[in-house]
Design a protein around this ligand. Structure first.
Ligand SMILES: [Zn+2]
Length: 631
């Protein structure tokens, strides 16, 4: 091992005695600290001496006059350097560390000077670097975390790694011996290396390592076990209370909140546990270390404890809820657990406890906003919001209700499930298993004399009919329908079995919506190849996100809705009375000035809000729109 060799080297040079080396070795093992660090901390050798010896041995250029170099480059004043030197001696710390800690020179400048001096490459950012999966498999997480480096590339016998501390020369030697490759170093800022480790080795990988290496013998025993027996070998309740498991679960949730994830998926497979975050509607793999497999049941138990679920029950699905505080922000968690082949699958939905949304925030354009406001001022009638699951229908309805929620009116909702709590609004959860269906709840609620009712979803004839009759008796109703576009709303109701005259006389509007991702404002750039885009996008500026820190290189940050609104003008009512097709309704609506989802999308592309790809992902250009309900 390199550790012993460092000791021998220092003894040979007469810088330390054999006894001192032994003491340092024991101490470093006890603390799990690098031997060189222990030696410096114990005052057995100075940082500079240690480096000089190592550098000599490894044939690396040594830079004894770092201070002078920084002064000569004009990066620090002689006074600053003198103060840093005194401080480094007082603390027994390597000068470079002190300089950074005192903020004499910024890390990036400092590393640049060092790299120049050492004749190695400096990489100010690792964001663009693509690391092969194969390489990640070759270098275990525990190595990466212990030595704080990031493997970048493997070419023949040479492995290129990013390090932030070039003074830790022994690291190169340790890596060479342990991994069996020659090591070529690239200098990079510490936070860049940490971000790369998180990206390639997974969130919380450090905690996983800590838990697993704390008891190496126990871990080997566990690995030897048949995987099917994994759930039996640990006292789950105890390990779930373990401070490290708590920390790991907190890290997973906290990173999810920071990444603006809406859901966390924890999925066990035979070999590994996959953790994915849904961010702006798309799932991203968080690349957890394979070893997390052994902690899966402890993690699930911890989640069950937080959400007050039955820890012992592992054969039946369970649903729970928890309100927790993450980074000073209260979040509402909906937990769903379903047993699978290799353990329990967990999906955690993350909801902000308070929803502060205005209609403008939801993406309504000024002309649409005017229509919507007029609809909200109607004394009675139904407004249906349509779109597939995950198109933000409920959020739009909540925002409408928040606007309407005033002292003079009573607002009631019937939902399944209640997604957000709305202050001052009576919200009811349907419970079909005890007979409290949408229709049954609506019947009871009418006796509570509401003015405005939101019915979560209209799926069957009974609910649809009741909602429409309620509207006809002087109530304003908001609801959702599961159809692709606004024009199909009417045909959907006809298909359910509602009489055409009831639709024509009660419905005020069908609004359809989709969510598109918003271009990250930090890295928004104008697109130069717009001639290559489909026809409607070519005629004005088109932007895209290049990818940056703020959007985690995705190029998008957040989502907004695009809408189409069909108002039930007399001409449209007439078509419905004649049981016209969705295509006919659409055609007539267009003649009356109706703008489709696609049109709204194109407008938002030219406004620089989203991209053609996003619009094409969630809508279909005119000719392709189907009149079928979404299955
Ligand atoms: Zn960005």
């Amino acid at each position: 091992m390199a550790r012993k060799r460092i000791g021998e080297l220092l003894v040979d040079k007469g810088l330390m005695t054999r006894e001192q080396v032994e003491t340092a070795l024991k101490e470093s093992q006890r603390r799990g600290e690098l031997i060189g660090k222990t030696m410096i901390r114990l005052g057995l050798v100075s940082g500079e001496q240690l480096l000089q010896v190592l550098a000599e041995q490894l044939g690396i250029a040594f830079y004894p006059n770092l201070g002078q170099l920084l002064v000569s480059k004009g990066l620090a004043s002689p006074q600053q350097m003198e103060a840093a030197l005194r401080e480094s001696q007082r603390r027994g710390e390597i000068l470079g560390k002190t300089i950074l800690r005192m903020g004499v020179v910024a890390e990036e400048q400092f590393l640049q000077v060092l790299a120049e001096q050492l004749g190695i490459t400096f990489a100010p950012s690792l964001k663009e670097v693509q690391v092969a999966d194969q390489l990640i498999k070759v270098v275990p997480a525990r190595f990466v975390l212990h030595y704080k480096f990031m493997p970048l590339e493997l070419k023949g016998t040479v492995m290129k790694v990013a390090v932030s501390d070039p003074m830790a020369v022994w690291v190169t030697e340790d890596l060479r011996l342990n991994l069996g490759y020659d090591i070529e170093r690239v200098l990079a800022p510490e936070k860049e290396i940490q971000a790369a480790i998180r990206r390639y080795y997974g969130v919380g990988s450090e905690t996983v390592e800590q838990i697993l290496t704390r008891d190496v013998a126990g871990r080997e025993a566990r690995e030897a076990q048949d995987l099917a027996k994994v759930e039996e070998i640990e006292d789950v309740t105890r390990s779930a209370d373990d401070a490290s498991v708590i920390k790991l679960v907190n890290q997973l949730l906290s990173e999810a909140v920071t990444s603006r994830a809406s859901d966390v998926h924890i999925e066990p497979f035979r070999e590994r546990v996959r953790v994915r975050y849904r961010i702006d509607g798309i799932l991203y793999d968080m690349h957890m270390p394979d070893e997390m497999r052994y902690l899966h049941s402890a993690i699930v138990s911890r989640i069950k404890i937080v959400s007050k679920l039955n820890v012992v029950e592992r054969r039946l699905p369970q649903d729970g809820r928890a309100i927790i505080k993450i980074q000073e922000q209260q979040v509402d968690l909906r937990i769903s657990i379903i047993p699978g082949l290799y353990g329990e699958n967990v999906v955690i939905r993350i909801l902000p406890v308070e929803l502060l949304l205005t209609l403008e925030d939801l993406g309504f354009l000024p002309s649409e906003l005017k229509m919507l406001q007029a609809l909200m001022q109607q004394p009675h009638g139904v407004v249906f919001v349509t779109g597939p699951t995950g198109s933000g229908k409920t959020t739009t309805l909540y925002a409408c209700l928040s606007v309407l929620n005033k002292e003079a009116v009573k607002v009631v909702t019937i939902e399944d499930p209640i997604e957000y709590e709305l202050g001052g609004i009576m919200q009811f959860q349907v419970k079909p298993e005890i007979g409290l269906t949408f229709a049954a709840a609506l019947r009871s609620i009418l006796r509570h004399d509401p003015d405005i009712v939101m019915v979560g979803e209209v799926r069957d004839l009974e609910t649809a009919e009741l909602a429409i009759r309620t509207a006809l008796t002087g109530h304003l109703i908001f609801s959702t329908l599961h159809t692709n576009d606004a024009a199909s709303g009417a045909t959907r109701l006809l298909n359910i079995g509602i009489e055409p005259y009831l639709i024509a006389s009660s419905v005020n509007a069908f609004i359809s919506q989709r969510l598109v991702r918003v271009i990250c404002p930090e890295c928004k750039t104008e697109r130069q190849d717009r001639d290559l885009l489909p026809e409607p996008f070519r005629h004005a500026a088109v932007s895209y996100g290049k990818g940056c820190d703020a959007c985690k290189s995705i190029g998008y940050r957040g989502r907004t809705a695009i809408h189409e609104i069909i108002l039930l003008a007399p001409e449209i009512q007439e078509l419905i009375l004649n049981k016209a097709s969705a295509a006919q309704i659409r055609q007539r609506a267009k003649a009356l000035g109706f703008r489709t989802l696609f049109d709204a999308g194109v407008e938002k592309v030219h406004m620089g809000i989203t991209t053609p790809e996003e619009v094409l992902r969630v809508t279909e250009p005119e000719a392709l729109v189907s009149a079928q309900p979404v299955s």
